[in-house]
Design a protein around this ligand. Structure first.
Ligand code: DAH
Length: 358
């Protein structure tokens, strides 16, 4: 009994002394609450002490209980006062500190939109859909055979070189898979699946070991082709001329130049009048000074030609019965021309400040 009494009285004295400056120098609400909990929280010093009360000698219980309660109230009052002091100080600082400027413009959430390349793809696809083409996709990682051999590339063609293409090492050790270097692979995939007549376009990412102002290791292309009985170079010219005029305007001139691609015969390239100096408007001085077409008045935009019989043979279509035409172009290049951008990287760096202006 007397042990409890002694322990209680001593404890009470300790709590009383601890409580005198328990809240001093505490400048956050969190610190104040922690100090308070040490004394009167569920595991606080005073709380523990009060649990001993029932073991006190009966004649002292009432008096000591009152003392403990009084101490608890003091602590509560000191805690409340400290909290209030803290709030006052914060309010004071707000009132005497720098004024809030209500005229500052607010921060708007910025509205996103489609990337310029995506918009160009949509425009190109729309034009070809209107001309009766279907849109299909082909794998970005493909067999080298679909990318090169079946398209008539000889085994020693530079494109089949490791310097020019990204080959993928397969677990078996074979090097027969590549990141496709062009979307022309669509011809193989679709001709194996469909029966003529067919007209298909394929937009998508392609990969080459190229990296400078006008070449990025990954870029976007769109290829198209049509196969039917009786298709001629006239159909090719008609479709591609309509395409250029739909996209760049009815007055833009086009010309076809002979060129070589292993999967077409005859093969060609299409040039269109430079949309920066607009030579068809007759200002020869403007064309002479044009840096985009280097004074020629023409811009090269795509490769094209009549599908080579070796391609038909590779996919089991009879080249005596069917003919076809094909074309392919860089979408980045079209996008750059439409927006007057000179560095391809600007399309891939994803700087919203730049892209938002296109
Ligand atoms: N695949 C060629 C390239 O990557 C472009 C091309 C040329 C595609 C002629 C064609 C074509 O379909 O007929 O440069």
């Amino acid at each position: 009994m007397s042990d409890t009494l002694e322990q209680f009285e001593q404890g009470l004295a300790e709590v009383a002394s601890a409580s005198t400056d328990a809240f001093q120098g505490r400048t956050t609400e969190q610190a104040l609450r922690e100090a308070n909990a040490k004394l009167v929280g569920p595991n606080g010093q005073l709380t523990k002490l009060m649990k001993l009360m029932k073991d006190l000698p009966a004649d002292r219980r009432r008096e000591l209980g009152q003392q403990a309660n009084a101490l608890k109230q003091e602590i509560q009052a000191a805690f409340d006062a400290s909290l209030e002091g803290l709030a006052k100080a914060a309010r004071e600082a707000e009132l005497t500190g720098p004024a809030l400027d209500p005229t500052l413009p607010g921060r708007h959430a910025r509205r996103g939109r489609l990337h310029p390349l995506t918009r160009t793809i949509h425009q190109l696809v729309d034009v070809f859909l209107a001309l009766g083409f279907d849109v299909e996709e082909a794998p970005e990682i493909d067999f080298a055979a679909n990318c090169f051999d079946k398209l008539g590339f000889p085994p020693d063609h530079p494109a089949t070189d490791m310097q020019d293409s990204f080959f993928v090492q397969r677990p078996g050790g074979e090097l027969d898979v590549v990141l496709r270097t062009h979307t022309t692979t669509i011809q193989i995939h679709q001709m194996l699946q469909r029966k003529p007549p067919m007209a298909v376009i394929c937009p998508g990412a392609v990969y080459r070991r190229d990296d400078d102002a006008t070449h990025s290791p990954m870029f976007a292309q769109i290829d198209g082709f049509a196969v039917d009985e009786g298709l001629t170079f006239a159909h090719l010219k008609g479709v591609l001329t309509a395409f250029v005029r739909r996209l760049f305007g009815d007055e833009v001139p086009v010309r076809f130049r002979p060129s070589y691609f292993p999967f077409v015969e005859p093969g060609g390239e299409l040039d269109m009048g430079c949309v920066f100096c607009e030579p068809w408007k007759g200002d020869a001085g403007r064309t002479r000074a044009c840096r985009v077409c280097k004074g020629t008045g023409w811009m090269e935009i795509l490769g094209c030609g009549m599908i080579h019989p070796v391609v038909f043979e590779a996919v089991g279509i009879d080249p005596k019965r069917y003919t076809g035409f094909a074309f392919g172009m860089g979408i980045d290049r079209i996008s750059m021309l439409r927006h007057g951008i000179s560095n391809i990287r600007l399309l891939y760096e994803n700087d919203a400040r730049f892209l938002g202006r296109l």
